[in-house]
Design a protein around this ligand. Structure first.
Ligand code: NAD
Length: 491
């Protein structure tokens, strides 16, 4: 229970909900503790937003969208505001990175990279705002037809705790570029940078009601937003279970949604792979954010002839890894919460009980506070194909190594989970790379590379239990807009 954690002296008090460019106290009057997961200490509070706060935020967004100053801005002006926000995020990089590192328990350098990516999202979508347009459609003689892209209206956004700042840029950037008015519900486990970015958006000049943030619990503020009849679309990133609730709520309101729900992404090492290039990437792709990345490379599939060599290279790297405090620039930080730590440790304990061999395990920096939620990284293998580690998402620094026979076996194995988000293929054979990439299920395939979460420009999203729809790149501009066909008859 959060109440049992020590409270830091002079902790940051809750600011409230950010509605109409102002901090407004939550109508619940309650606050939620914010725990620094690398320390196990309460260092701040956030408002416990509720359904009434969501009502106010949606009303503010509605007013902004329908007739408010936001609705009158041109695409170029919206783009300039996003550019200004990007600049403000960059100007405040160190402050934001320090908050993100402490709030999420991630290494400071990783938090800095996250804030740079956040700025880049706003820059990318700022630049795109007036370059994304409709078309003229050939039709019968005497008709002029255009297809225009228009905003959806008020968009709801529910984001997770693993990359709070980046997720804000990723989901608000395209929504604002297209002229939607937004209401965002960040995760209760980590959202301090999101609140700060909302304030920066007001500083950048976004008119009242364009950007609203209601912090709070998922089943209160999150559910109230998802179910709100006043929203026109919802974007969600998080667990498949909550994704189902979001999609059900969207169906009841007859609105669209984009869902990004995680994965069990494979990296396939064929027998001709450049292992010196591949292995560092394989390791980085599972320890990034302590494995708490939807597109973590959680499985490494290794062709039998190179099994021994690949495994010994991976083992050498893994056993040297250390989890530690953000400021000490460890290889990886902590898990987000005691609950998630317990969940990850449950997977590890069950696999060990079931006799799945441990290839190598890293450690915890002795300087890391005893109260922090650390899990040493571990690689298991060969993981039997019917073991949970071969198909369930752990969301922790746990890599499953699985041998395969040939190309067909690799494809079947890679596609053999309920997920389909991203994949990596390592081979020197160009034809094989393309052949396999085309057969893999998911939204992104990397060849001789892997980008867990990287690439603002690259459309990203999944299939089935990984969700549907696409964010990032220009594709997100389609998600956050609708096509209207206008047919004009002339003489
Ligand atoms: P979650 O799905 O419960 O939380 C994600 C967001 O949804 C948070 O903002 C939360 O407040 C909100 N939420 C929770 N319940 C809600 C509801 N009933 N209605 C509306 N919004 C609600 O995720 P979690 O419990 O924090 O993590 C559990 C698992 O989810 C992880 O182990 C991992 O597998 C997965 N996860 C995936 C991602 C991802 O990036 N795809 C991110 C975080 C968690």
């Amino acid at each position: 229970m959060a109440e049992n954690y020590p409270r830091e002296a002079g902790l940051r008090p809750a600011q409230g909900c950010f509605i109409n460019n102002r901090w407004e106290p939550s109508s619940s009057g309650a606050a939620l503790p914010v725990i620094a997961p690398a320390e196990g200490v309460i260092f701040a509070e956030i408002a416990a937003g509720n359904a009434q706060d969501v009502n106010r935020a949606v009303a503010a967004a509605r007013a902004a969208f329908e007739g408010g100053p936001w609705s009158r801005l041109t695409a170029t002006e919206r783009g300039r505001l996003l550019m200004r926000l990007s600049q403000l995020v960059t100007d405040n990089l160190e402050e934001l990175a320090a908050i993100e590192a402490r709030d999420c328990g991630k290494p400071l350098r990783a938090a800095r990279a996250d804030i740079q990516a956040t700025a880049r999202y706003f820059e990318f979508y700022g630049g795109a705002a007036d370059k994304f347009h409709g078309e003229q459609i050939p039709f019968m003689n005497g008709y002029y037809v255009t297809g225009e892209r228009e905003p959806l209206g008020v968009t709801g956004h529910v984001i997770p705790w693993n990359y709070p700042a980046q997720m804000t840029g990723r989901t608000l950037g395209p929504a604002l570029a297209m002229g939607n008015a937004t209401v965002l519900k960040p995760a209760e486990d980590a959202c301090l940078t999101v609140l700060r970015i909302a304030e920066l958006a007001a500083g950048a000049g976004f008119p009242e009601g364009a950007v609203n943030v209601v912090p709070g619990l998922g089943h209160e503020a999150g559910a109230a937003l998802a179910e709100h009849p006043g929203i026109d679309f919802i974007s969600f990133t998080g667990s498949p279970q909550v994704g189902t609730l979001i999609q059900t709520a969207a169906a009841r309101n007859h609105i669209g949604c984009v869902l990004e729900l995680g994965g069990k992404s494979p990296q396939i090492l064929f027998d001709d792979a450049d292992l010196d290039a591949a292995v560092p990437v394989v390791v980085a792709a599972i320890i990034q954010n302590a494995g708490q990345t939807c597109s973590a490379g959680a499985r490494v599939l290794i062709q039998r002839p190179i099994w021994d060599r690949a495994v010994s290279l991976i083992a050498a790297k893994f056993s040297a890894l250390k989890a530690g405090l953000p400021d000490d620039e460890p290889d990886l930080g902590s898990i987000i919460s005691a609950r998630q730590k317990e969940r990850v440790e449950g997977f590890i304990a069950r696999a060990k009980e079931q006799g799945v061999p441990v290839i190598a395990e890293g450690g915890i920096d002795p300087k890391a506070p005893a109260g922090g939620f650390y899990v040493p990284p571990v690689v298991f293998g060969p993981v039997p194909r019917d073991n949970a580690l071969a198909f369930d998402e752990v969301f922790g620094p746990v890599l499953a190594a699985i041998p395969f026979e040939d190309e067909a076996d690799a494809v079947a194995l890679a596609n053999g989970t309920e997920y389909g988000l991203i994949a990596g293929v390592w081979t020197r054979d160009g034809s094989r790379a393309l052949r396999v990439a085309r057969q893999l299920r998911g939204g992104q395939v990397y060849v001789n590379a892997y980008g867990a979460g990287g690439g603002i420009e690259l459309p990203f999203g999944g299939t089935r239990k990984s969700g549907h729809g696409r964010e990032k790149g220009f594709e997100a501009l389609y998600e956050f807009s609708a096509l209207k066909t206008i047919v004009i008859k002339h003489d």
